[in-house]
Design a protein around this ligand. Structure first.
Ligand code: SF4
Length: 283
């Protein structure tokens, strides 16, 4: 059985940077916290916990110490509150997300109505929403534009994991209702590349594995894309979840991983698939 690994599988630049900052901060300081999981991968969060980075749900639970802002970023309100509590801040916001935040801040100050293309429950979108300090509209498809009144000026920004097709469709419709539209194409090229490569790979293999947290939106999206071209696609978080029967009759197995999937986890999956083969896959 041949195992084909997507070149782009594993940590992206922004996640790598955030994880390195978290580990180096934990080495230098006591009482290091993160609001919510630093990345959407439970195994890495556990590793960080062992190194001293504690995850908290609310800022109110942190009395003193250092807070790491995760790669998704946060709203200015959270930063102000953290400063107000006397906490040190280590900013691990991905520079690509920061660019979206700056765009929204500037346009909102100039009087543009802000439209965000993305999932309003996702922390990245919530952090971007907060930059506008006023009314914004968040939609994930052109249908959501029913809620957009006629406006003179609209600024459009996207969640980094959105597709270009969706953004183009939405912008075309916004133009029908608006005199002036300014758009920041903030789709992350790392995400787009990973999706393209995974789709191609899924089409070439008998069985496709997508590795990453069930709470990771980019991994879920990858699994959805691979499933479209290969019904034998499995989304897993850990090697222990795999069953030998998945690989019955498979000559080629494809493997990809989300932006928050560590390489050691991918290595474990490869080893387990090889173990299945060594031990004989039951028909
Ligand atoms: S996927 Fe892109 S935007 Fe998101 S953290 Fe990684 S590099 Fe940054």
């Amino acid at each position: 059985m041949e195992i084909l690994l997507a070149k782009s599988a594993g940590f992206c630049f922004g996640v790598k940077r955030a994880i390195n900052l978290a580990f180096s901060t934990a080495k230098k300081r006591n009482k290091v916290f993160c609001l919510g999981p630093i990345i959407h991968n439970p195994q890495v969060v556990e590793e960080l916990k062992c190194s001293g980075v504690q995850e908290k749900e609310k800022l109110e639970e942190i009395k003193e110490g250092t807070i790491i802002l995760r790669s998704h970023g946060v709203s200015p309100e959270v930063i102000e509150k953290a400063r107000g509590r006397g906490l040190e801040i280590v900013d691990a916001t991905c520079p690509f997300v920061m660019r979206s935040q700056q765009f929204v801040r500037r346009l909102a100050e100039e009087g543009y109505f802000i439209l965000i293309v993305g999932d309003r429950r996702h922390p990245e979108v919530q952090g971007i929403m907060g930059q506008a300090r006023g009314e914004v509209l968040v939609i994930d498809s052109p249908k959501g534009l029913r809620g957009l009144k006629r406006r003179k000026r609209v600024g459009v920004v996207t969640q980094t994991t959105q597709t270009l097709e969706n953004l183009k469709e939405i912008v075309a419709k916004v133009l029908e209702k608006t005199q002036e539209v300014r758009v920041l194409n903030s789709i992350c090229s790392a995400t787009a590349q990973r999706q393209l490569e995974s789709r191609r790979l899924a089409g070439k293999v008998d069985c496709m594995l997508v590795v990453g947290g069930y709470n990771s939106s980019n991994t879920n999206k990858l699994a959805e894309i691979c499933q479209e071209v290969n019904p034998r696609t499995y989304h897993i978080e850990e090697a222990g979840e795999m069953k030998a029967s998945w690989f019955r009759g498979a000559r080629r197995v494809g493997l990809t991983g989300g932006a928050s999937t560590p390489s050691w986890l991918i290595d474990q999956i490869v080893e387990k698939v090889q173990d299945f083969e060594r031990n004989g896959i039951k028909a």
